[in-house]
Design a protein around this ligand. Structure first.
Ligand code: URA
Length: 210
């Protein structure tokens, strides 16, 4: 597994406002969307392309287009939905799948309640999006499902990560073609499985259900 922390002043600026508990849901959603776009720019650095012959108004030339099979973007419900638009804005030809996963707040274990994506992901580049890499349980389970379906290149885009979650990903996904792209790796997890300092419950902050 490869970890990439995107070091950019605009990323740091937006993340600071996301962390601020005074930021309301509408602002939170807009900033999360903008932040995802910046992370997606880095996360798609190795997206596959193919040669494309075109004519400009002036001359014939050769460029590139996103290749086939199309990349797949998979938001993890519910909070990953708030990151979907930012991803597909940069990957307009991408197909979108969905994974519904819930974390048991006592055991912190992840279980899947809904799956909507192609059975066969052979040869596909997959971008899985979830705001918080906390214990790592949800992302590991999601990525194992993608790899089981044949995905050969998986990038997880998360807004924030905890060192504990990164360690679990490194342990459970060792030797797999997985990259994690994040805006920051925070200090630690608290006893409730929240990232410290973090930004609170990402789903609640996005959808105003706190
Ligand atoms: N999920 C969240 O939404 N926030 C955390 O801090 C950890 C998991």
């Amino acid at each position: 597994m490869r970890l990439q922390v995107v070091d950019h002043p605009l990323v740091a600026h937006k993340l600071t406002t996301l962390r601020d508990k005074r930021t309301d849901s509408a602002t939170f959603r807009r900033l999360a969307d903008e932040l995802v776009t910046l992370l997606a720019y880095e996360a798609t650095r190795d997206v596959r392309t193919e040669q494309s012959d075109i004519e400009t108004p002036v001359a014939a030339t050769t460029g590139v287009k996103l290749s086939h099979p199309r990349p797949l973007v998979v938001p993890i419900l519910r909070a990953g939905l708030g990151m979907l638009d930012g991803m597909v804005r940069l990957l307009p030809t991408a197909e979108v799948g969905f994974l519904g996963m819930v974390r048991n707040e006592e055991t912190l274990e992840a279980s899947t309640y809904a799956t909507r994506m192609p059975e066969d992901l052979s040869g596909r580049q997959v971008y899985v999006v979830d705001p918080m890499l906390a214990t790592g349980g949800t992302l590991v389970a999601a990525i194992q499902e993608l790899i089981k379906r044949g995905a050969d290149d998986v990038t997880a885009v998360v807004l924030l990560a905890a060192p504990e979650g990164v360690a679990v990903m490194e342990r459970d996904l060792a030797g797999t073609p997985v990259t994690v792209v994040t805006a920051a790796v925070d200090e630690r997890l608290n006893e409730h499985g929240y990232i410290v300092p973090g930004l609170g419950d990402a789903g609640d902050r996005m959808y105003g259900s706190a």
